[in-house]
Design a protein around this ligand. Structure first.
Ligand code: NAD
Length: 265
C-alpha cells in the first residue's frame, strides 16, 4: 500500500472503536507515519488506544488529545504542538462528525441544526484554517512532498438521500469547502479533498444495521449499491491513507465517493 514515511498526521474523531478515524490512525501508523495525533472529545480508553497502536507499529509516536473538533483554540493548539515537536505537519484528517437529528426537516429545532453544522462543517473549516499555514511553513523544505487536508463528507452531501437535512447540508458544506479552500491554496502544494463514504458500519450507523438485522432486511442495505453490501471502516481508512500519501499527489479539490457505487445509482 501507499507509504507515509516520516509524516506527521492529525486525525479528529479518531477514538471510535469501529470508526473511520480510528481505522485511519492504524493505517497511518502502520504505513510509516512518524507521529499520529488521535483526537476525540470522547476520551474513553484513549490511552489504551494509543498504547495499542504504539505496540503494533513501534515506529509511530502516538499523541492523544481530548477536545471538541470545532473548538478553535484546541485546533490551533494541536497544530502548534505538531510544529513545535516535529517541525512539520503533513496531514490533517478532519473526520469528527455527528449524525444530528434524523427527523423530518419541519421537526428539526434550530439549535439542533446549528450543532450539526458546528461539528460537521465548522470543524473541518477550522482544521484547514490552522493546518494550511502550518503545512505551508514546512512545505518549502519538503519540496516534492505535499500537505494534505482531508475532510470527511458523505454521499449525503453529494445527492438527495433519506437522511437528516442538517446532516446532508453540513456534508454538502464540507464538499464545497474542500473545493474552495483547495483553490485558495494555489501554488502552495497543499491539497484538499473531501472523502465521501457511503453506508459504513460504525457506531454512527449501528442503529441502521441493527434494526435491519432485527427485521431480517439486512440484505436490503446492500441492495442500494452494486457491491450488495455495506462498507467497513477500513475500506475508507485505506483511501484516507492514499489521500494523505504522496501517491495521490495530483488528486486535489475532489469529492471522492467511496461507497460501493451507491452515489452513481
Ligand atoms: P463514529 O461515531 O464511529 O465516529 C465519530 C467519532 O467522532 C466518534 O469517536 C466521536 O466521539 C467523534 N466526535 C463526534 N463529535 C465530535 C466533536 N465535536 N469533537 C471531537 N470528536 C467528535 O462514526 P464514523 O462513521 O466513524 O464517522 C466518522 C465520519 O464519517 C463522520 O464525519 C461521519 O459523518 C462520516 N460518515 C460516516 C458514514 C457511515 O456510514 N458510517 C457515512 C458517511 C460519512
Amino acid at each position: 500500500g501507499p507509504r507515509v514515511t516520516g509524516k506527521v498526521v492529525i486525525i479528529t474523531g479518531a477514538n471510535s472503536v469501529l470508526g473511520i478515524g480510528r481505522a485511519s490512525a492504524h493505517q497511518f501508523a502502520q504505513n510509516g507515519a512518524k507521529a499520529v495525533y488521535i483526537c476525540d472529545y470522547d476520551d474513553s480508553n484513549l490511552e489504551e488506544h494509543k498504547r495499542e497502536i504504539e505496540t503494533l507499529y513501534s515506529s509511530a509516536n502516538v499523541h492523544t488529545r481530548q477536545f471538541d473538533a470545532a473548538d478553535e483554540k484546541a485546533i490551533s493548539e494541536v497544530v502548534k504542538d505538531a510544529l513545535d515537536r516535529y517541525g512539520r505537519l503533513d496531514v490533517f484528517f478532519a473526520n469528527a462528525g455527528i449524525l444530528g437529528p434524523h427527523t423530518k426537516f419541519s421537526d428539526v429545532e434550530a439549535d439542533e441544526f446549528m450543532e450539526t453544522m458546528r461539528v460537521n462543517a465548522l470543524g473541518p473549516f477550522l482544521a484547514a484554517k490552522y493546518a494550511a499555514p502550518a503545512m505551508q511553513k514546512t512545505s518549502a523544505e519538503k519540496q516534492k512532498s505535499s500537505g494534505s487536508i482531508i475532510m470527511t463528507a458523505s454521499v449525503a452531501g453529494l445527492r438527495s438521500n433519506a437522511g437528516g437535512t442538517p446532516y446532508s447540508a453540513s456534508k454538502a458544506a464540507v464538499v464545497s469547502m474542500a473545493q474552495t479552500i483547495a483553490y485558495q491554496l494555489v501554488g502552495t502544494n497543499i491539497r484538499v479533498n473531501a472523502l465521501c463514504p457511503g453506508l459504513i458500519e460504525t457506531a454512527m450507523t449501528a442503529p441502521v444495521f441493527d434494526s435491519a438485522r432485527a427485521r431480517g432486511t439486512e440484505g436490503k442495505i446492500g441492495q442500494l449499491n452494486p457491491l450488495r453490501r455495506g462498507g467497513h471502516a477500513d475500506e475508507i481508512a485505506r483511501v484516507a491513507l492514499f489521500l494523505g500519501s504522496d501517491e495521490s499527489s495530483y488528486v486535489n479539490a475532489q469529492a471522492w465517493a467511496v461507497d460501493g457505487g451507491l452515489s452513481s445509482g
